[in-house]
Each structure stands twice: as C-alpha cells, then as structure tokens.
Write a protein that binds this ligand. Structure first.
Ligand code: CP3
Length: 345
C-alpha cells in the first residue's frame, strides 16, 4: 500500500526529495501530555508495552500532535532480555532494573535465543499490526532493537550506570562468555526484527546507546561484528544504525549494509561527509538541549543543521528527546523542517 507521506522511504532510497524528513528519537512517550495521562491510568510502563492497542495509541500520538514524518513503535529495547529469560522491572523515576544479572556461563547457556525467544514477543508484533491499522498509511512505521553490546550492558550491569563498569569488566575478564552472550542476543535480535518486518514495520533502527563507553579496540571486537551481522540479515526494509558516541566506528559502519547512519550531536555532518561522502544517508543530530532555547534560536540552529547536511539527510536529534523538553520547543523544531524546502522558490 502506498503511503500518503513516504518522504522517509524516498530519502532512504537516495531519491531527490523536496525537504528532509523529520522524526524524533523517543517521540512516543516522555513529552506528550496525552502519553502521561494514559500512562498515569495504568499499573506501570510494562502494562503499556505489553498491551498492543495501548502501545499503538501511544505510537500514533506524536503523528497527530507533532505531524512528524514517521512513527516509531512504542516498546523498549529491554523486551529482548526478557524474552531470553532475564526479566526486568521499570522502576518509577529510576529506570530499568534486573533482579538477576548475568555473571556465569551456566546462566548464558540457560537463556533462550533466536526464533524461540523472539516468539515470546508476540505482543510487539500485535502492536505493530494495530499501529499500521491505526496509521492508515499516513506515515511509515519504524521498528527498532537495541544493539547486542547495549543489551549485554543492561543484562550484566542490572540497570542504568554512568560507566557500565561491571559489563565492561566482563568483556576483559570473560571474553568467551561475553561472545557467547553477544551471539545469543544477536540471534534473537535478528529473529525479532524479521518478525517485526513480517508484522509491517517499514524501516528498522538499531540503537547502540552505550557504544561510546567502549574503547575503539573493544568496540571492534565486541560490537561491530554483531551489528554487521544484524544489518546484513535485513533485506526487506531499510536499516538505520545509531552507535551513540562511537565516532571512531563510523568509517567501519559505513562499510556495512546499513542504509543510514545516526549521528549524535557531538560530531559535525561535514566531518562525517569528508570521509564517507554521500554513500550513506545521515540521520541527526541536533543537541536535544537546544529544544530548551528560545524559538528563534531553535529555528536558526535547525536551518543551520539542514544546510550543513545539504541533502541525504533525515532530521532528528542527536539522542532521544529529554522528558522535560517543552512541547513548544519540539513543535518549533518540527515546523521549521516542515516549512523548509531544498530549492527555495
Ligand atoms: O522512540 C520512541 O519513542 C519509541 C519508544 C522507546 C522507548 N524506549 C520507550 C520508553 C524506545 C525507542 C526506547 C529505546 C530505549 N530504551 C533505549 C535506546 C534509546 C536511547 O535512548 O538510547 C534505551 C537505552 C532504553 C532503556 C530504557 N527504557 C531506560 C534507560 C528507561 C528509563 C528512562 C527513560 O525514560 O528513558 C526506559 C523507559 C522507557 N522506555 C520510557 C519510555 C517512554 C519511560 C517510561 C515511563 O513512561 O515511565
């Protein structure tokens, strides 16, 4: 079925477009009052994630309210560890917490993986189907997964951390165990993303949120080969790879079969273009905190951003939108792009 707004898909095919598409990482949830109202009426985050009709509703809210060019399915990267047998809790105002963490090979051996683990995520596929129906072909739907290293980081650390030093320690002390865990996570991600594509997502994004914590040497060993395998397994829809903080890895990622590369706000598009040229579509990379600024500054910086990228660009923030971001700031950002044209008349 043809989409009413296929700007994102045309951009990902390197077609010439009238303006860059825009969506925001973490646009579903966090910032919208409609989300908070619904969320407040439920037992918790996990009820929302595991109820397809509600997840679909929250996914569609930013399309109605912000008029962005893509939806991203409301879910979390931590559904994968859970499907593998490692439960998490979402603690109010704190974040994710794993009552049990991975410390031994026996535990890794016991984890479910691949298609069998992915089968347990039927509620996500149902949410994708319900969202596609609710969107009624207005905009494309993005599916996502955490990257293997980021998921290992949570499974070993047990929750958020500034340093993830327990997870990093495992890589140094137990490299074999680490690789076995990364392989199992990778197999699960591949099956999961295939199922999401079967259910109807039009694009997928892989989030390596903690990429920047690893040294370049460790990133090469413990992250890149697994990301390469994942992106190579996705043939039917375009893929966006976002390795936050791992600038050193961009040349290697640009050799992968990824269609687009997400950039955080600490690197300039011109620097990336100077070594990868126009081979990949770039996504990003406004500082999320710019949205706290005055409207004129948001508008000017957004225009500066699109000029810097020139073309082959998906406008986004350099990381997820922060929960206390004023809605007006988000709207100024989105509307500046919606009114922009690559060829001013
Ligand atoms: O992008 C979207 O809008 C889709 C929904 C989405 C959520 N999590 C919903 C969510 C996506 C893409 C994610 C991915 C995710 N989850 C990442 C990768 C992206 C990134 O920001 O780097 C990570 C690291 C997580 C893990 C996670 N989930 C944390 C650390 C937290 C707590 C802090 C927070 O608010 O992000 C979550 C909870 C979570 N996931 C919320 C939402 C809307 C807040 C839960 C609530 O409503 O209380």
């Amino acid at each position: 079925m043809k989409l009413e707004n296929d700007l994102l898909l045309r951009t990902l095919k390197h077609e010439q477009v009238e303006r860059p598409p825009i969506w925001l990482m973490r646009q579903a949830g966090r910032i919208l009052p409609q989300y908070r109202a619904l969320r407040g009426s439920l037992s918790g985050f996990k009820e929302l994630v595991s109820t397809p009709q509600l997840a679909a509703e929250v996914t569609i809210q930013p399309i109605d309210e912000l008029n962005v060019d893509a939806a991203i399915i409301f879910s979390d990267i931590l559904v994968i560890p859970e499907a593998m047998g490692l439960d998490y809790e979402m603690v109010e105002k704190v974040g994710p917490s794993f009552p049990t963490t991975i410390t031994s090979l026996q535990q890794v051996n016991k984890l479910e993986s691949g298609a069998i683990a992915a089968e347990r995520l039927e509620y996500v596929y149902e949410a994708v189907k319900a969202t596609k129906k609710g969107l009624n072909n207005r905009v494309p739907l993005i599916g996502f997964s955490g990257a293997p290293w980021t998921l290992l980081a949570y499974m070993v650390e047990g929750g958020g951390s500034k340093t993830f030093s327990k997870a990093k320690k495992l890589l140094y002390q137990e490299p074999e165990l680490s690789h076995q865990l990364l392989s199992k996570i990778t197999d699960t991600i591949i099956a999961y993303l295939q199922n999401k594509i079967d259910a109807g997502v039009d694009v997928v994004q892989v989030f390596d949120s903690w990429a920047g914590l690893l040294s370049p040497a460790h990133y090469k060993i413990f992250a890149l080969p697994y990301i390469e395998k994942i992106v190579a397994s996705i043939k039917r829809v375009p893929v966006i790879t976002f390795a936050k903080g791992a600038h050193h890895a961009i040349p290697e990622i640009s050799e992968f079969e990824t269609d687009a590369i997400g950039l955080d706000w600490t690197i300039d598009a011109s620097v990336v273009k100077s070594y990868i040229g126009d081979r990949k579509i770039l996504q990003g990379n406004l500082d999320p905190c710019l949205l706290y600024a005055k409207p004129e500054e948001i508008e000017q910086s957004t225009l500066d951003l699109v000029k810097k990228f020139e073309s082959k660009h998906i406008v986004n923030l350099g990381h997820g939108v922060y929960p206390d971001t004023p809605l007006d700031g988000v709207k100024t950002f989105v509307n500046t792009i919606k009114n922009y044209s690559y060829t001013p008349s």
